[in-house]
Design a protein around this ligand. Structure first.
Ligand code: T68
Length: 811
């Protein structure tokens, strides 16, 4: 049921002016965008605060089951517009600003992205928060309040330079509320031994443990026009007053503050690894402790906690959860092992986000038992009982051995998450299949009932109504407003994909978005790009498996085509990149350097002119994605088949009318199924072909390099001086592709990619055909709403019921 705030423009203006006057002793007209932003955010807080209180009261009064989404990353980006949209007052506020003579866009741009995440995984967690509130489910987030989010990327001389992202700076995070009364203590290090607790029971006694205080900051999550406010709880670390004497110097305090200082500490050193493990345990322990406390307030028996609580483990980072939950139930509340284990496995569930087994976290038993001695004891016990139980069931010994938690001196976190829970899911169909048949095959053989798929989704509201307002109005014009509340109504667009007037409208919408991006490109890079060209975009983290380099190789091929035949008929293209490389990922950084130098070469060659441009936009982040994605004609989703678990930007591009250039990987496959073979451009090996190479070891990159003259020339371009100022990076790339046999099979996919790109050029020239494709993508993108994804999690994994979504206010 739709429920929006009732707010007239006049009322808003009065509220806003009052808040502004209380906060800033100046005239509205003299205020900076930041001052206006702060006043506006505080006005909005006043609007949602009563809803938030009411939501909490009604959830506890009704004793609703709550799911807690534990994630070491949340990447919401900016919150202002989403909050306004979800309250149903975005237009009212914009109108109010116009009447006040203020620039709304400048104010919205004054908000710093909340970037407590690296990429897809963190963004998905944030999307789920929005969708939980929007669908009305009681689903709360649990994470860390990092002082520094993902680094700010600057490009200097073509190189990536990382700067700290002090995102809440001196202004604080306007959306959060500190909840001192929910603070808890978390223990690290020291020695633990078991002492007699009477009645034949043992209790752990700690000596020399470090006790830290976890203080929660709550960030409200507003549902779309339904009056629901859920909670994202982010933990910060403090030194408990009674232990202050233990930290006499500033350096001592710093080491503690480090726990919530940065999103992803450098974990190439032992110190870094220790810090990362401490982060993971800190948020997990603090979250679980408060969950148990608030459950017990209902006066229900602890053994039945699974009836009211679900805990979701987002990737392995919070995977210590089952062991920590056991510790709390047994040590803190005196529960027996079997009852505690029964409750734990019913409470816990886990999502895997990658098949790369090197990315599944493992800790050395030495480090783990040093940092978390008591939890380690519990893990060993879980592991022993698992072995005994599987043995008793007559399970295959090799399988059990492969799946145990403590093995070869390492603690396998994914194994703990799987054994300690009742559900394991992948994030797209192909990914879940790969987990079953490869990465986690022994678990699948032992407990197939735990496995299920939940294809990722996106918050359609952010990518249409907020990022693409003109597109949204054009959709309204052709099919009415219903799609804004029910994305499945978007399918009505299927009826107009061949209507010439509709095609024309959607063409103009894209041109406007391209113009907006072209202006930004000119402003930030000085490069002029023509909106007549195809805007071909690859934006995502820089990683070898995502194959930005394949895109680069195609660009080099086009460069030589034009140089060889300057008068030739050529469909102009602008290639746009955005990508951050992990600070310690040398090869990825070399690719960034080469892209930038190639861009310099091409963009300054008068013979090339507008036929070809290459742009690298620095500091790719959610707010920049909102500018870039709606302006794309072509969406590059070219990972090696089997490697990209799902991808989510692919869905955003689709929904805003880009045509996908795709390998059969991740959710690309499901996009093809929705849009139809003719409306997507597929190329490259299938996952089975890739696996065939792995099995037969028959891949020979040098042979391809030696025998294919086009490839030969393209690859030589990295090392023959054509691209200036990147000799060492160029030879690094050459070696990866030829000397070290091309781990991600770029050479094998090259010809098929080039052919597919030629197809795109031809299709784009046929505007009717192109607009049919583009509109088919928008019209059939509804499957990828995270609202539906979260409904599946809620029903199939967490077993939540819908607490009268949105109606509790009226009740
Ligand atoms: C991504 N994973 C997947 N990981 O790569 C992507 N990893 O295919 C998928 O769509 C997305 O998850 C959502 O399911 C990541 O983003 C990380 O960011 C990450 C962070 C820390 C450690 C390991």
């Amino acid at each position: 049921m739709e429920q929006t705030m009732e707010l007239t423009t006049d009322q808003f203006i009065r509220d806003f002016e009052q808040t502004f006057n209380e906060q800033q002793q100046t005239l509205l007209q003299n205020a900076t965008p930041t001052e206006l932003f702060l006043a506006l955010a505080h006005t909005i807080r006043q609007y949602y605060t009563p809803m938030w209180l009411e939501r909490n009261e009604s959830l506890s009064a009704r004793q609703e089951k709550i799911a807690y989404y534990f994630s070491i990353e949340f990447l919401p980006g900016r919150m202002l517009e989403t909050n306004l949209l979800n309250l149903g007052i975005l237009d009212t506020v914009k109108e109010g600003f116009t009447q006040l003579g203020l620039d709304f866009t400048a104010v919205k741009n004054a908000e710093h992205d909340m970037a407590l995440g690296n990429g897809g995984l963190g963004r998905l967690a944030a999307a789920f928060m929005d969708s939980l509130a929007t669908t009305g489910y009681a689903g709360f987030g649990n994470g860390l309040r990092y002082k520094y989010g993902l680094f700010k990327q600057r490009i200097v001389d073509g190189y990536q330079v990382e700067l700290p992202d002090a995102w809440f700076g001196s202004l604080g995070n306007v959306w959060e509320t500190r909840k001192d009364h929910d603070a808890v203590n978390v223990r690290f290090f020291g020695n633990v031994y078991m002492a007699d607790a009477g009645e034949g029971k043992l209790k752990p006694v700690y000596s020399n443990a470090q006790v830290l205080r976890a203080v929660p900051y709550d960030v409200p999550q507003l549902g779309y026009k339904n009056g629901v406010v859920n909670n994202l709880r982010l933990w910060d670390v403090e030194i408990p007053e009674e232990y202050e004497l233990n930290y006499p110097t500033i350096a001592d305090r710093r080491r503690v503050e480090d726990i919530t200082a940065v999103l992803y500490p450098d974990d190439s050193t032992e110190e870094g690894k220790k810090l990362r493990l401490m982060q993971e345990y800190f948020m997990t322990s603090a979250g679980l402790q408060t969950i148990v406390k608030s459950y017990l307030k209902m006066g229900l028996p602890l053994e039945k906690i699974y009836e009211k609580v679900s805990v979701h483990i987002n990737d392995t980072h919070p995977a210590v959860a089952p062991a920590e939950f056991m510790r709390i139930l047994i040590d803190d509340y005196g529960m027996e092992w079997d009852a505690a284990w029964n409750a734990t496995t019913k409470v816990m569930s886990y999502t895997n986000h990658t098949i790369l087994s090197e990315a599944l976290e493992k800790w050395s038993t030495g480090l783990f038992s040093f940092v978390l001695p008591r939890v380690f004891q519990i893990i060993v016990e879980i592991d022993n009982r698992y072995m005994a139980q599987m043995g008793a069931q007559g399970a295959d010994y090799a399988r059990v051995e492969n799946t145990r938690i403590v093995r070869n001196g390492q603690v396998h976190m994914a194994h703990l998450a799987i054994i300690g829970g009742h559900s394991v899911n992948g994030v797209a169909q192909i990914h879940t299949e790969l987990l079953k048949e490869d990465t986690l095959r022994d678990f699948y053989a032992l407990t197939p009932e735990k496995f299920n798929n939940k294809t990722n989704g996106i918050v359609q509201r952010r990518w249409t109504q907020i990022a693409a307002p003109v597109l949204s109005q054009t959709i309204d014009k052709w099919i009415g407003f219903e799609w804004r509340n029910d994305i499945h109504a978007l399918r009505a667009l299927n009826d107009v994909v061949d209507n010439p007037r509709a095609q024309n409208d959607f063409w103009e919408v894209k041109q406007l978005a391209k113009k907006r991006l072209a202006d930004y490109i000119e402003e930030t890079t000085g490069v002029h790009v023509s909106t007549d060209a195809i805007f071909d975009v690859q934006v995502k983290r820089l990683h070898a498996y995502k194959r930005q380099l394949l895109n680069v190789m195609h660009i080099i091929k086009l460069y030589w085509d034009i140089k060889d035949n300057p008068e030739g008929d050529f469909t102009p293209r602008v290639f746009i990149f955005g990508a951050k490389a992990a600070p310690g990922y040398h090869f990825a950084k070399s690719i960034i350097k080469v892209i930038n130098e190639l861009a310099n070469l091409i963009n300054n060659d008068p013979e090339i002119g507008d036929k070809l441009k290459v742009v690298f936009l620095e500091n790719y982040r959610v707010s920049l994605a909102e500018l870039i994605i709606p302006a794309a004609n072509v969406s590059e989703q070219i990972s090696l088949a089997s490697k990209e678990a799902s991808g989510t930007s692919n869905m955003k591009f689709m929904m805003t009318g880009a045509v996908t250039m795709a390998t059969l990987d991740g959710a690309n496959i499901e996009i093809r199924d929705e849009v139809g073979e003719e409306n997507i451009v597929i190329f490259g090996m299938t996952k089975d072909e890739v696996y065939h190479h792995y099995e037969t070891h028959d891949y020979n990159a040098r042979y391809l390099y030696d025998t294919d003259p086009v490839l030969h020339r393209v690859i030589n371009t990295f090392v023959d001086g054509t691209i200036p100022r990147c000799q060492s990076e160029g030879s690094e790339i050459f070696d990866a592709l030829v000397t070290y046999n091309d781990e991600y099979f770029l050479l094998e996919d090259f010809q098929s990619y080039v052919a597919a790109q030629a197809r795109v050029s031809a299709l784009y020239r046929d505007r009717e055909r192109w607009m049919h494709m583009s509109m088919m993508n928008i019209a059939n993108s509804d499957k990828f709403t995270s609202d539906d994804t979260i409904r599946q999690y809620a029903e199939e994994i967490w077993h939540l019921s819908l607490p009268h979504a949105g109606r509790h206010r009226a009740a």
